[in-house]
Unconditional design. Structure first.
Length: 269
């Protein structure tokens, strides 16, 4: 099982290392393909005054330290094509933010880098539409065959589901999206962003983290290749996405439940 976890953004070296230390058991679990996640820059914050992170140079320096100390694989977001190459020098996975999932120049730049490309499905797109984003990466990497789960896995392309816009300031997760998208790429479920309430009338997005376990367990039953959780020792003081984050101690219990559900589903299949 792919497991992606970490803070939304690089808040400080101290906080990043504190969270990274708590996530060590997942890296040591032979049943997990673990990736530590943190963004060096959050370019799509609601307000101009919101904290964005330390920036490319300092953020990658801290993530490199995490990689060296803990041995973790690293996942981080990129927002501009010229960020792909330097980010890939540290990150094992380059993540394309949901709002940018159709940006051809960004996808092509990420595809040219030596890293897995994780494309988050836009909140505004049907799951079927993501086949074209996957194809942009595959074609750039020299693959001309049909867009399939096996091809995407071989050439390092993932998709991440994080819900679909439902009215104003709300998201819903359509469980049908998982088998649809798994036909042409490995699929990760972003359980924490799925409970986000984007631009819900305040200077920052809201969220309902109490629903994270419900949706994660449902996705485990529906069948996915992995999970994405933003986590923190104290989400109430997190500098980005605190309302939809899950506490580190709650993540431990939830992963146990997910493992149990996945075992049942795999046995039945």
């Amino acid at each position: 099982m792919i497991l992606i976890a970490g803070p939304c953004v690089v808040e400080s070296r101290e906080n990043v290392f504190r969270i990274a230390e708590a996530l060590r058991p997942y890296h040591e679990d032979p049943q997990k393909d673990f990736y530590f996640k943190a963004s060096f820059d959050k370019a799509n914050r609601t307000s101009l005054e919101s904290f964005r992170g330390p920036g490319l140079e300092e953020g990658l320096k801290i993530l490199q330290e995490v990689k060296e100390r803990f041995g973790y694989s690293i996942l981080t977001d990129i927002h501009l094509p010229d960020q792909a190459a330097p980010a890939a020098e540290v990150a094992d996975v380059l993540q394309i933010p949901a709002f940018l999932c159709r940006q051809t120049d960004l996808l092509v730049a990420a595809a040219k880098a030596e890293a897995v490309v994780n494309i988050k499905k836009g909140q505004f797109l049907a799951p079927q539409a993501m086949e074209h984003s996957v194809a942009k990466v595959l074609r750039t990497r020299g693959y001309d065959g049909p867009v399939t789960h096996e091809a995407a896995k071989e050439h390092g392309v993932w998709l991440t589901e994080r819900g679909t816009t439902f009215g104003y300031g709300n998201l819903v997760v359509d469980m049908r999206a998982f088998p649809i998208m798994r036909a042409f790429a490995p699929v990760i479920f972003d359980a924490t962003h799925a409970v986000q309430m984007p631009a819900s009338g305040q200077a920052s997005s809201g969220g309902e983290s109490r629903f994270v376990p419900t949706l994660a367990r449902a996705a485990a039953g529906a069948g996915v290749d992995g999970f994405f959780f933003e986590t923190h020792f104290d989400p109430s003081i997190a500098l980005s996405d605190g309302p939809n984050m899950i506490k580190l101690q709650d993540l431990e219990r939830l992963v146990v439940q997910i493992d149990a559900i996945r075992n049942i589903v795999e046995t039945k299949e």
